[in-house]
Design a protein around this ligand. Structure first.
Ligand code: 6R9
Length: 654
């Protein structure tokens, strides 16, 4: 197991405990430990009854014949026989209940422009864009790529796809042209929805240009729809005749109503590409009915959502957090939320707290990496603002160190707001381990206990139960992934083979403490979590070896003060070729181009060779120790021990 030792050390000394404030607990959906335990027991004893009851709160064109069908495991089916539509449950249901005028989204652009959109307006925009897509020939199950900044049209496009049964594949707008190409080709995308640009730290990112480069020569793409974001700073867009159209032109002359397609339970809802240990990113498949119920219920209970809440999740819709906890889960609950386009430090480091004050945000969900940046920027940015509207805080994406947790608790939560540290993954669809804010006493740095219906275990490689080991999930749950697009074998092999199909394997290490709480210890595979973004080290390695001067490379993750983890690359250059800053620059440019700037390594180190076992396997443990400046442990299994001395000296030289 290769968990990150530093996080293990810091959390193993952590014994503080924070029970929910009694005022919070008194009005919470799940109030008190006993209530959580009772409902949890019920959900494990009879999961089908539990999930059916939750599903009853939503709209169905036709109810299910069975709740869970395990006959083709691990290809589980949930709510088989039902017909429903996510966009109907996010929009129409609230209008029918007389809440159409309620604000769905307070949107704020980075330059300070703002739009308030009610559920009724959202419905209208979604219907119009859905009709526009249909007019361009989009049909049920067609794959649509969405490459947009954090503007309302991003949520609108997602829901318009769901409305007509098209499958969205959102690509985070920080990904490069090559990443777009890989995703478009893998899923045979017929339409790409993008914008002329999007704001980031005062600059305009020219997204349409990146799309043009990414899809050049991709014959599957018949249509590109371009949202005009850059009114103030018009961006020169090269509109290709017959392929490209402006969003505002397409929605100008279509009907206001678009009936929601009656989707089958296991119809594909979306693809979201994520990194794994090997190969290119995989298209994680989420389907309709199970994801619908899971995103709805986890949002309701974990954020304790009430009708007068103002919720704000700072993630981008380009990641799973934005799919589930900006669009589907939150909108199904009909609450008001804030959506913000830009950076947390533009125009200054107080921007997030300005937004909380302005919109009276009551629930705030962000990433540990952001919290660590706020800590570094200093408390003054926070204390000047009125954050008294907050009642609940959350974190997601990576382990939170106890220091950052305590700062969040004191400075942002005024020691009053419970913190939900939510552990989950692109694959799980929604929260898996998390405190229940009105019930669970929290511990700094701990994701605590399972959500209803989730049965975790901590196992050895051989499937024996241990206190600290590999996290496993025993029962299927409605939000689980249904496959990897186009690769059922990889799906089985990656997630279900480790313990012979008996457990789901998420790839994280974990420890259970004396209270039965689960502490996440980081990944056990070669996936690194940089600022909450999953990056496979193999992806970087395969980019480096494409360079004509590079013979071999190994990339490892090391602890990073702000980002949680950073990447360090070890590169072996072909004999006789230059190894200098010029080559370093070329390698960085290649990463920018193939993956995106967020995947840049902190350091690139040249070495004459890499430490290998006698059977030729690169010893990453040793590379990690070198990169962390640690004493090297046992190196006797190395084929050539002098290699590491060489590397260590180079590393110290900087
Ligand atoms: C939602 C999301 C998943 C990986 C996951 C784990 C790490 C996420 C965490 C956490 C510790 C938490 N992770 N939440 N680790 N505590 N609260 O981030 O999905 O991008 O697929 O990443 O992130 O390692 O396996 P995704």
């Amino acid at each position: 197991m290769t968990t990150d030792n530093s996080s293990m050390e810091s959390v193993s000394h952590e014994h503080r405990k924070f029970p929910p404030a009694s005022e919070f607990a008194a009005s919470a959906h799940i109030s008190g430990e006993a209530a959580y335990k009772a409902l949890y027991e019920k959900s494990i004893q009879d999961p089908e009854a539990f999930w059916a009851e939750a599903a009853e709160e939503l709209h169905w064109f036709k109810k299910w014949d069975s709740v869970l069908d395990t006959s083709e495991a691990p290809f589980f089916k949930w709510f088989d026989g039902s017909r429903t539509n996510l966009s109907y449950n996010c929009l129409d249901r609230h209008i029918e209940a007389g809440r159409g005028d309620k604000i769905a989204i307070h949107w704020e652009g980075e330059p300070g422009d703002a739009r308030d959109i009610s559920y009724k307006q959202m419905h209208l925009e979604v219907c119009r864009f859905a009709n526009a897509m249909k007019a361009r020939g989009v049909k049920k199950s067609d794959r649509i790529a969405i490459y947009l900044p954090m503007i309302p049209e991003l949520a609108i496009a997602v829901l318009a796809c769901a409305r007509i049964g098209a499958v969205h594949s959102v690509i985070f707008a920080g990904f490069s042209a090559d990443s777009i190409r890989d995703r478009v080709l893998d899923s045979e995308t017929c339409m790409v929805i993008t914008a002329d640009g999007g704001y980031r730290r005062g600059k305009m990112l020219e997204l349409k240009q990146i799309v043009d480069e990414g899809i050049a020569g991709c014959e599957c793409v018949k249509d590109v729809v371009v949202v005009k974001r850059g009114d103030a700073h018009p961006v020169d867009c090269n509109m290709q005749e017959g392929r490209d159209s402006w969003y505002h032109d397409l929605v100008a002359d279509v009907e206001d109503e678009c009936p929601a397609e009656e989707m089958e339970a296991e119809d594909l809802l979306f693809l979201l590409y994520t990194s794994g240990t090997t190969g290119k990113p995989k298209g994680i498949m989420h389907t309709t009915a199970g994801y619908q119920v899971y995103s709805y219920l986890t949002s309701k209970y974990v954020f304790d959502l009430k009708q007068d809440d103002v919720y704000w999740c700072t993630a981008d819709v380009g990641w799973i957090t934005g799919h589930t906890y900006i669009v589907y889960g939150i909108m199904q609950n009909g609450v008001t939320q804030v959506m913000y386009e830009g950076a947390p430090n533009h125009p200054d480091e107080g921007r997030f707290w300005d937004i909380i004050e302005k919109y009276k945000v009551s629930i705030f969900y962000t990433a540990p990496t952001a919290i660590r940046a706020f800590m570094k920027w200093g408390d003054d940015w926070v204390t000047r603002k009125d954050l008294s509207s907050l009642r609940l805080l959350g974190t997601v994406g990576e382990p939170i160190n106890p220091e950052a947790w305590m700062w969040y608790h004191k400075m942002i939560g005024a020691e009053r707001c419970p913190i939900v540290d939510t552990w989950w993954q692109t694959e799980t669809g929604g929260h898996m381990l998390t405190p229940m804010p009105g019930a669970t006493a929290t511990k700094p740095g701990c994701a605590t206990l399972p959500f209803f219906g989730i049965e975790p275990a901590i196992l050895t490689d051989d499937g024996e139960t241990v206190e600290a080991g590999i996290l496993a999930i025993k029962k299927p749950w409605p939000g689980m992934l249904r496959g990897i697009y186009g690769d059922p074998q990889r799906f089985k092999g990656t997630y279900w083979c480790k313990w012979d199909g008996k457990y789901y394997f998420p790839g994280d290490g974990a420890r259970r403490d004396e209270d039965g709480y689960i502490w996440i210890l980081g990944r056990v595979d070669d996936v690194v979590n940089v600022s909450g973004h999953r990056i496979g080290t193999a992806e970087l390695e395969s980019v480096f070896v494409e360079h004509k001067d590079v013979a071999e490379s190994a990339v490892v993750g090391v602890p990073h003060e702000i980002k949680g983890q950073g990447l360090v690359a070890f590169v072996t250059v072909i004999d006789g070729r230059e190894q200098d800053d010029h080559l370093r620059k070329e390698l960085v440019t290649m990463i920018d181009k193939s993956i995106g700037k967020f995947a840049r390594p902190e350091r690139i180190l040249f070495s004459s060779d890499l430490p290998k076992t006698r059977s030729g396997k690169i010893m990453r443990r040793i590379l990690r120790d070198i990169a962390e400046g640690k004493e090297l442990g046992n190196v006797t299994t190395l084929a050539d021990p002098t290699v590491v001395q060489d590397l260590q000296q180079q590393y110290l030289k900087g």
